[in-house]
Structure formats: structure tokens, C-alpha cells
Design a protein around this ligand. Structure first.
Ligand SMILES: [Zn+2]
Length: 285
């Protein structure tokens, strides 16, 4: 029905003004709703991601952390330390390819599970200027956390294996489950406190994280991993927990977009060294 016809129709049928007013009011409300809906489904940040990630954004988790060795000059820096745990695996090569293409360094906390098979990949980490750091040899909680001797034997094993490949005896460590894990309580009360004290006394440097991609929790869609990271990074030190074990394909799929997003928003990338501010979780055991 054309506008004129509507007018005639209204005149003819004497549609009360109140109904017309109601209709106009409804249209205004509807327009407002559509505009608002569009605004809330847009990505939170100004930079448009390569992929249109418009899933519901999770509420950031607050990590209880202490930063040691903080250099005041870097507090305002926007620095990202990408860290990958539990590799090497067949996916590590893909991670290295992306890092090379984007020209950013990262840190790998390796285990011995597939290190013999992928020793060339570990060598490549070193050659391409990443940090090869230690996670433990077996990553077996019931073994490494049942007593201090087991933990340090296991650590020595991975340390020697990495030394045989890289020629470097690393002192950069990450505990399986992080230093805040409570699983270790099942095997030995107070073991994390004892281990971390001994590591520090012996000039080892252990690193937790303050940004969790949450890729350890099952097989998350790449969009969720992406959002978990880009919505949590902030001014200062960002140590990001990710995994390059063989089931973490979606982490690899999200990685390049995470890097591109961070670059577009003024972040720089660094690898962990002895002088990197140490993010430490609260120890619960
Ligand atoms: Zn791990």
C-alpha cells in the first residue's frame, strides 16, 4: 500500500491517532534495538580481526599473580611473551612457521615425550631465536610431584636432552600445572613450596603466566582462544599460556590472528630470558 493510499485508508477508516502514534513509537524502539544489537555484536576492539569473531566474549579471569624482578621502565610497555607448553609435537612446526612469517619470538616449555622424534624441531626453535625452556621430562604429576628427588631427576632428564640438542643447559622452567596447582597435594603435601624454593636457591627461574588462553581445557574453538587472549592482554607484561601438544590444532589456527591483533594494537613480542619479569602465581601447596 502506498503512502497516499494509507492516508486515504486512514481517513476512510478513521484509524485513531493513538494507534498511529503507537506504531511510530514501536518503529523507533525497534530501530533503537537493531542499532544497539549491532553495536554489541561488534568486536570489542577497534581493530577488525582477520576472521569475524563475534561470539559471546567470556569474562576475563583474574589471575592472582606476583611479578618478580620487575623493571619499572617496562611497566608501561605492552610486551607479549607467547609461551607454548607440552611440545614438541607435529604441530610445533606449524607454530614455528607462523612465528617466522610474523617475525616474532616465543618461548617453548618442552617435555621429553616426543623430543627424540622432533629433535630437529627443537633445534629449529633455537636457530630461529626462540627460547627453548624446560617443562619436565615425563609431565607425569603422580611421579614428579610425589617427592622432590623425582621432580629434580625428571627436570635433569629434560635439561640434558635439551642440552644434547641445543648445547645450552637451560635454567628457565615452568612447572606442569603452574606453581598454583593443587593436584600436587594428592601426591605430596607442600611439594610446590619446596620445589620453588630449591629452584630459586639454585638460580633457576620459574615462570607462570598472567594470560590464560585456556586451550588446556579441552578442544576450544579457535574463536574462543582468540578472544580469551585479545580481551585479556593489557599494558605491561603479558605472559600468555598456550600449548603446542598434538591435540591443540585450534591454538595454531588462532595464533596468527592473535599476533596480528596484538601488532595492530601496539604490542611488541619478546622471548623469556633470565631477566624477564617473573610472573609467579600464588602457591597453594
Ligand atoms: Zn604442561
Amino acid at each position: 500500500m502506498q503512502y497516499r493510499n494509507i492516508k486515504k485508508h486512514i481517513k476512510k477508516n478513521k484509524v485513531p491517532l493513538i494507534i498511529i502514534a503507537c506504531l511510530i513509537f514501536n518503529i523507533i524502539i525497534l530501530l533503537g534495538y537493531i542499532t544497539n544489537f549491532k553495536a554489541t555484536t561488534k568486536p570489542l576492539k577497534k581493530i577488525k580481526p582477520l576472521v569475524n569473531y563475534n561470539k559471546h566474549l567470556p569474562v576475563p579471569k583474574v589471575q592472582k599473580t606476583i611479578i618478580k624482578n620487575i623493571n619499572p621502565s617496562i611497566i608501561s610497555d605492552k610486551t607479549i611473551y607467547l609461551t607454548f607448553d607440552d611440545g614438541p609435537s607435529y604441530l610445533t612446526e606449524k607454530v614455528l612457521d607462523i612465528l617466522k612469517e610474523e617475525n616474532v619470538p616465543a618461548t617453548f616449555f618442552v617435555t621429553a615425550r616426543q623430543i627424540d622424534k622432533y629433535s630437529n624441531i627443537v633445534k629449529r626453535m633455537q636457530v630461529e631465536n626462540h627460547t627453548v625452556a624446560l617443562h619436565t621430562s615425563t609431565h607425569n604429576y603422580s611421579y614428579i610431584y610425589s617427592n622432590d628427588i623425582n621432580y629434580f631427576n625428571d627436570l635433569n632428564d629434560i635439561r640434558n636432552k635439551v642440552y644434547n640438542i641445543t648445547g645450552i643447559k637451560s635454567r628457565i622452567i615452568r612447572l606442569p600445572g603452574g606453581s598454583s596447582n593443587t593436584v600436587s597435594k594428592r601426591y605430596s603435601n607442600g611439594i610446590i613450596t619446596r620445589i620453588t624454593n630449591k629452584l630459586t636457591e639454585n638460580n633457576f627461574y620459574y615462570f607462570d603466566w598472567n594470560i590464560d588462553s585456556e586451550d588446556a581445557s579441552g578442544k576450544l574453538p579457535k574463536e574462543v582462544i582468540y578472544n580469551n587472549v585479545v580481551n585479556r592482554i593489557h599494558n605491561g607484561v603479558n605472559i600468555i599460556l598456550m600449548h603446542d601438544s598434538s591435540t591443540k590444532e585450534t591454538t595454531v589456527f588462532a595464533l596468527q590472528d592473535i599476533i596480528k591483533y596484538a601488532k595492530s594494537n601496539g604490542y611488541t613480542f619478546a622471548k623469556i630470558t633470565k631477566s624477564t619479569p617473573q610472573i609467579h602465581h600464588h602457591i597453594n601447596n
